[in-house]
Design a binder for this molecule. Sequence first.
Ligand code: FCB
Length: 372
Amino acid sequence: MILKFPEKFLWGSATSAYQVEGENKFSDWEINPPKNSKGPAGNACDHYNRFEQDFDLLKILNQNAYRFSIEWARVEPKEGKFNKAEIEHYRKVLESLKRRGIKTMVTLHHFTLPQWLSEKGGFSNKESIQYFTRYAAKMFGEYKDLVDFWTTINEPMVFSWHGVNNLIKAHKKVYRLFTAFGDGNISVGIIKNDTYFEPYKNLLDKLSVRFLNWWQNEYFLNKIKNQTDFIGLNFYMRLRIRFPFKVKNENKKVSDMGWELYPEGIYYLLKDLQKYNKPIYITENGLADAQDKNRKWYIGEILKSVHNAIQEGVDIRGYFYWSLMDNFEWTDGYEPRFGLIEVDYKTLERKPRPSAYFYSETCKNNQLIIED
Ligand code: FCB
């Protein structure tokens, strides 16, 4: 069976600065990583120095889009003082992608902060709104001709209540600023991680699910829906909920991190997002799978569900696999292997896994071939 995707569909993969670059010495995760984490990341994949080589691989693997983030702490290591050399670095990164004909999606904030801002309380301090806007405005001025899609914040619901409300304000401010100064071609979105919640059995379970769905999946979007050009969806899991918040998953198949592999979940979330009437990009989706035993199957099943949703009228314009390469996975450190490309952390050698070639064929032909 052959499933064709819409013309101009984006096929890519995603990374974030702190997880791949290495030596982010002014970032809060490097200086003062959370106690329960395996941070700091240290040298990571040395993507900072090897981006050309990594983009060659991206091209060889037929991807036409790349999502990455700018490390705020690099470009503004001291409050209000922007670093020219680091600004030039990201210009080179963007130019290098453009030279290869790869569409660029840039995230301004992907979990890490400059240490100086972290010391002021990060996003729970309302001054962060001004700081974030100043940084975003600077990036916009520098790179607006090189960026196809801007995204403000990665997974805002990971933050505390105070943080979330400040992030809503920060997002709106940056959206208004970019659209006011853009020439009409500017596209600014948000990256939302949605979970597919399912009730375990009874009415109370259903009520729990309704609450979780409202809080985790809808709250932020409802607040900013008039200030976003598109929705970026990160999808990783289904959670079957037993009242009040117990997880009762079937776990027939799990990733190396024990996350249930339930690809159909993305279909329901995409259908639900249709109500916002915005283009949707799947900005992250993937699994930790060191042996590469489920990745091909999982990507195939996910894409079937995406295709289904498109057939039913959902406006989906692209898919970014998480991640282009193995990288530093926050609390779990270097053990989980999410990459299409395997990284040997001793030699830093890169090697595409078999599933990377399967994905590559899909990207190249803009269609998914399902073997019967
Ligand atoms: C997402 C994060 C990303 C990565 C994946 C596995 O929640 O946005 O940085 O860690 O999970």
